[in-house]
Design a protein around this ligand. Structure first.
Ligand code: FES
Ligand code: FES
Length: 156
């Protein structure tokens, strides 16, 4: 059994079946994308027990934790999605689901309050998520602004 976005599923898992193929082809969630299919681009990123993993190189049979895809994180990521739109975090959008999911984990962990340090952290932590379009500045800005916004809301 696989728990995906808080729902139990009983997919058919043959040897070699990847988590990505289960999510896309059996469950029908198309947010996680297949691009390189070899763990190099991050387009297929999902969370397993809160940890970002590349679903294209993760064997479904080995997944024991709860999986969250970009669809399951939609509400949590409302502010980040808006920031991506506001600050040019996407163009073609193919990498965006993976970027959002990776950033979700980063935002949960928290960023340094210093802007330069935060930028360094964002660029380092998200370096496994490749984008062919944006030049990354819009993505970094969107993640930073979201962290700032969340921080200001958390202050009583
Ligand atoms: S499609 Fe999975 S890392 Fe590129
Ligand atoms: S927005 Fe096109 S690949 Fe990232």
């Amino acid at each position: 059994m696989l728990v995906i976005n808080s729902r139990p599923h009983e997919p058919s898992i043959a040897p070699g079946t990847t988590l990505l193929s289960v999510i896309r082809d059996q469950i029908g969630l198309k947010g996680a994308k297949e691009a390189c299919a070899r763990g190099e681009c991050g387009a297929c990123t999902v969370l397993v027990d809160g940890i970002p993993v590349m679903a294209c190189i993760t064997l479904a049979a080995r997944v024991k934790g709860e999986v969250h895809t970009v669809e399951g994180l939609a509400e949590e990521l409302r502010d980040l999605r808006e920031a991506f739109a506001d600050f040019g975090g996407f163009q073609c959008g193919f990498c965006t689901s993976g970027q959002l999911v990776r950033a979700a984990a980063l935002l949960r962990a928290g960023l340094p309050e210093d802007r330069q340090e935060a930028e360094k952290t964002i660029r380092y932590e998200m370096s496994g998520n490749i984008c062919r379009c944006t030049g990354y500045n819009g993505i970094v800005e969107a993640v930073w602004r979201t962290a700032e916004k969340r921080r200001s809301k958390a202050v009583p």
